[in-house]
Ligand binder design. Structure first.
Ligand code: ZN
Length: 188
């Protein structure tokens, strides 16, 4: 899923923007390599990233000092699992959400700022995508197999769709926030 997310045009835009942002915050000579690897792309149709990297190579932005924590590695998979469990992507102990879908400003355990998150309607999009692709074939199968009363079929699948959506929505939101955290998007 992460791969598909990364290939999405919107994700590429976000990546380009975050490279531009990181160029302002980060780069000193020694810290360029991991940053390049993180955003490295073999796709030649991304002139904006190439342009940024060319500027980095010329050393246009090396006058700003860089904090060491800005370049340390943030593994994606454990962060996504923590986000899915609705825990802080940094420590995995503090709760990420303070209400059903409201993200905390910072983690109560490790003080990781979480207000940078911009999940927006990404969780809803993924929820609709998954629920639709699970429930629509299941409804067809149930109809063909059992030929239930229409009202029975509608009731069961209405409740099922709502329950699955309510289950997935906060977990996917946690995963998206964790993804943004691991990729240092939006100021994370
Ligand atoms: Zn934490």
């Amino acid at each position: 899923m992460a791969g598909a997310l990364l290939r999405h045009p919107a994700a590429r835009t976000i990546r380009t923007l975050s490279v531009r942002l990181s160029m302002r915050i980060l780069p000193a000579q020694s810290q360029r390599k991991p940053q390049r690897a993180m955003y490295d792309s073999s796709d030649p149709s991304e002139p904006e990233i190439d342009d940024v990297e060319a500027r980095l190579a010329r050393g246009d932005a090396q006058d700003q000092p860089a904090a060491p924590s800005e370049t340390s590695e943030r593994p994606l998979r454990p962060a996504l699992l923590r986000g899915w469990r609705r825990k802080c992507p940094n420590c995995g102990a503090g709760p990420l959400l303070k209400a059903y879908l409201k993200v905390r400003d910072s983690c109560p355990v490790c003080d990781q700022p979480l207000h940078h998150q911009r999940a927006d309607d990404g969780p809803a999009y993924l929820t609709i995508l998954i629920v639709g692709h699970v429930m629509a074939p299941a409804m067809l199968w149930a109809f063909e197999t059992f030929r239930p009363e229409p009202l029975v079929l509608a009731t069961i699948f209405s409740v099922g769709c709502i329950a699955l959506s309510l289950y997935l929505l906060p977990r996917l939101k946690g995963a998206i926030v964790a993804f943004q955290w691991a990729r240092r998007m939006h100021g994370f």
